[in-house]
Design a binder for this molecule. Sequence first.
Ligand SMILES: Nc1ncnc2c1ncn2[C@@H]1O[C@H](COP(=O)(O)OP(=O)(O)OP(=O)(O)O)[C@@H](O)[C@H]1O
Ligand SMILES: O=C(O)[C@H](O)[C@@H](O)[C@H](O)[C@H](O)CO
Length: 224
Amino acid sequence: MVDTLSTNAKGFDEHSIPSAVENTVPADYLKDHTPILVIMGVSGCGKTTMNTHLSEKLGWDMAEADDFHPQANIDKMAHGIPLNDEDRWPWLDKIHDWIQDHMDRKVPGTVTCSALKRAYRDRIRMPGVVFIHLSGDYDSIMERLSHRQGHFMKPRMLKSQFETLEPLGKDEIHMTIDVGLRMAPEIEAEEVIDTLGLQCDVKTHTTQVKAERARQAARKTEQD
Ligand SMILES: Nc1ncnc2c1ncn2[C@@H]1O[C@H](COP(=O)(O)OP(=O)(O)OP(=O)(O)O)[C@@H](O)[C@H]1O
Ligand SMILES: O=C(O)[C@H](O)[C@@H](O)[C@H](O)[C@H](O)CO
């Protein structure tokens, strides 16, 4: 496995300084396993956005939960009908297989999945999995959702998502990002990286820095 972890992982420690996040990931947990971060929470909490930022920063494999849904599930949600357990089990099995494949090959990754019920999380839980819960009250999430354009999942579905959501137990390996703190997306991603002590991919980072320098140079040329 690539050395994805630095030595300053902030494992669960009751004496640690309180921060913006709840963290039950034991120290050294991710040194002993291939890390797969499952970014979870109700519709519109920011899972896809977080996944994109983490992927840019870490350079890991990434997957989107919506890509594993059969068209029938997408159609159902687009018509405003919440999914039930029967709709979700085959979808969760596919996400499980993606995670298992990465574990078998020791390739770290990030994947979104609403993972609303504990039983759903049980279906995809395995050593190395850390749930990253983008958590907030109805109004905080609705504020995010109400700005989103063109997505099949409409804001009116949020109520049923909250009704289905079962909060993570202390015994579930996870960290929580509080949506109510209104952190910018890239800061939320940095909170995850910093809290779990992950290392940014140097090659990805260098490419991003070079791209940013090129953008700045182009802007300067335009201004001159
Ligand atoms: N940190 C943030 N601050 C403000 N807005 C955000 C933040 N993160 C995401 N958003 C916005 O919130 C909306 C929902 O985000 P996103 O689509 O990533 O959520 P999601 O959980 O993947 O939704 P779904 O489960 O329905 O696919 C988008 O308009 C996105 O730009
Ligand atoms: O469990 C569920 O109800 C679904 O997975 C939803 O969460 C959607 O997939 C997603 O929110 C839309 O992008």
